[in-house]
Ligand binder design. Structure first.
Ligand code: DX5
Ligand code: ZN
Length: 222
């Protein structure tokens, strides 16, 4: 496989009263995953653009914004304009994903499409040709600390097959319940970007947790 595995710690599991410090604690990671939740698309509410702008100003690593919000065509480009490396919107919230991808890329970001555990991949194979990242949720979006759902891995395998055969060109990201016990199976299925919230921020030494997860993913991918 071409790409080295990337680890994206999820700030959702950080101490929100000390965000600048918490960002520094994961400076050896590849992307900083920022979960934006609006209390409509998901039941939870987290943070929005002003906080992302503040994080962007101090983060030593690129931001990966995961928008669990309604009306992403209206809000997503702002995150790209703020300087996020990758901005992911949910397919379930998006009547016209191609238009959002275009706007994100025009604003200088990679464009990501996320699918919930119950959302089939097949329905989005056409539009994915316009995206840079596919995020396969491995828990129901909304909260950190949930258990990994291995039953969604066939979608990762299918996406990996389509990338390997040249039909799609995507980062394949998994999000939810990724830790030392689950990262190998996600990597074997073909994921190359691994979001980890509690497994990184819950560790006594986040940098060691990042290095450990990265090594496990690399070994599992062969
Ligand atoms: C869940 C979020 C995840 C979450 C992952 O809706 O999208 O990014 O922070 O947390 P863990 O790794 O603890 O499952
Ligand atoms: Zn997320």
């Amino acid at each position: 496989m071409s790409r080295q595995p990337m680890i994206a710690p999820s700030l959702l599991s950080a101490d929100f009263a000390r965000l600048a410090d918490e960002v520094q604690r994961v400076a050896t990671a590849d992307w900083l995953h920022v979960d934006v939740m609006d209390a409509h698309f998901v039941p939870n509410l987290t943070l929005g653009l002003p906080v992302v702008q503040a994080i962007q100003a101090v983060s030593p690593i690129p931001l990966d914004c995961h928008l669990m919000i309604e009306d992403p065509e209206r809000w997503a480009p702002g995150y790209a304009e703020a300087g996020a490396r990758n901005v992911t919107v949910h397919a379930e919230a998006c009547p016209d994903p191609r238009a959002v991808a275009r706007d994100l890329q025009a604003a200088g970001a990679l464009a990501g499409l996320a699918i919930k555990p119950g959302t089939p991949l097949d329905a989005y194979l056409d539009v994915l040709t316009d995206f840079d990242t596919l995020l396969v949720m491995t828990v129901e979006p909304g909260f950190g600390g949930q258990s990994f759902m291995p039953e969604v891995l066939p979608k990762v395998r299918e996406a990996r097959r389509l990338v390997a055969t040249g039909h799609l060109q995507l980062f394949l990201e998994v999000d939810g319940g990724i830790n030392a016990d689950t990262i190998a199976e996600a990597a074997e299925a073909g994921a190359d970007v691994f979001v980890a919230g509690s497994a990184v921020y819950g560790a006594a030494d986040p940098a060691a947790a990042i290095a450990g997860l990265r090594a496990q993913a690399a070994a599992a991918r062969g």
